[in-house]
Design a protein around this ligand. Sequence first.
Ligand SMILES: Cc1cc2nc3c(=O)[nH]c(=O)nc-3n(C[C@H](O)[C@H](O)[C@H](O)COP(=O)(O)OP(=O)(O)OC[C@H]3O[C@@H](n4cnc5c(N)ncnc54)[C@H](O)[C@@H]3O)c2cc1C
Length: 330
Amino acid sequence: MTIRKKVTILGSGAAGLTAAIYAARADLEPLVIQGLQAGGQLTITTDVENFPGFPNGILGPTLMEEMHKQAERFGTQFIYDNAELVDMTKRPFVVQTSGEEVHTDTLIICTGASAKWLGLESEQKLMGHGVSACATCDAFFFKEKVVFVVGGGDTALEEAIFLTRFASEVNLVHRRDSFRASKIMADRAKSNPKIKFFLDTIVEDIFDVSKGEVTGIRLKNLKTSQSQDYKADGVFIAIGHHPNSDLFKGQLKMNENGYITTDGVRTSIPGVFAAGDVQDETYKQAITAAGTGCAAALEAQWYLERLEHESSKKNNSDSNSQKAVAGVHE
Ligand SMILES: Cc1cc2nc3c(=O)[nH]c(=O)nc-3n(C[C@H](O)[C@H](O)[C@H](O)COP(=O)(O)OP(=O)(O)OC[C@H]3O[C@@H](n4cnc5c(N)ncnc54)[C@H](O)[C@@H]3O)c2cc1C
């Protein structure tokens, strides 16, 4: 089936749903192609305590359900599917899902970035229950607790340093004996008395799935092949993110890590906007995603208004020249 739209939004995280709320309230009847993770990354966490408006915090999935309802209330249409193909060389742009072909005047890309995980079963089961991928979001829950941070890049060291403000003990686990991080960051972490290093070390398991909370961690030293269990209250996985931008490669400008390059929220193609984590290598927060989602919807609205204005100007001048040819005087 072919659907014709003025505004199509790819992704239903904080960026996509905020863009939908704004576009729907501007009477643009947007379509949201939700992707297979409807609600986005916040659906895999528990308490969100830093999204404004919820003094007692709110569960991530609840926050996303509320955003969805708010977008629906103003007339947003939803498709629960992935965009499988996007052609931005044509106007209107074409988006294909498994069952639909969408022709759209503007496109707002909000496909997010996925945190990379270690791949342990216990890690997935304890996510939001002591396992986190975001110290900015969750450090506050670990006051006077023992935490482990996994990774060796700038982000891991930044997260470890940030966590020392809360936790009683921060342990950094890295599979090599030297860091990918900048020297300045590594020096800063090394000089912090609260940070202990486990180098040449990997995480073998996280406990205790049966209790539904993190109580410990099993580490293996790669040089000695020895495994040892440690008490832990939290485990922060900081091994990077992958922006979900593969679909747009070769069409949109991106940086070397695959984040879509934006000027504000405008991409390299007029009429295509990007918001949220897919274009934000730095902040990666729900509120910044929502903020850029709002900006993208406003930009799409203004872009459509300009298109309409130009086309009505063209129609007027065409009809004036036809009248002139026919010798009509008004
Ligand atoms: C465990 C965890 C806890 C977090 N806690 C907090 C917190 O407490 N506070 C905070 O501010 N931030 C938190 N964050 C970060 C926050 O979740 C993100 O910054 C935010 O979700 C980004 O929103 P987004 O809309 O850009 O992308 P996402 O939430 O990543 O959503 C991306 C959307 O794109 C869709 N999608 C992907 N590919 C396609 C495709 N091909 N076609 C169509 N759709 C597609 C997905 O289905 C999804 O709906 C947390 C993140 C994690 C992982």
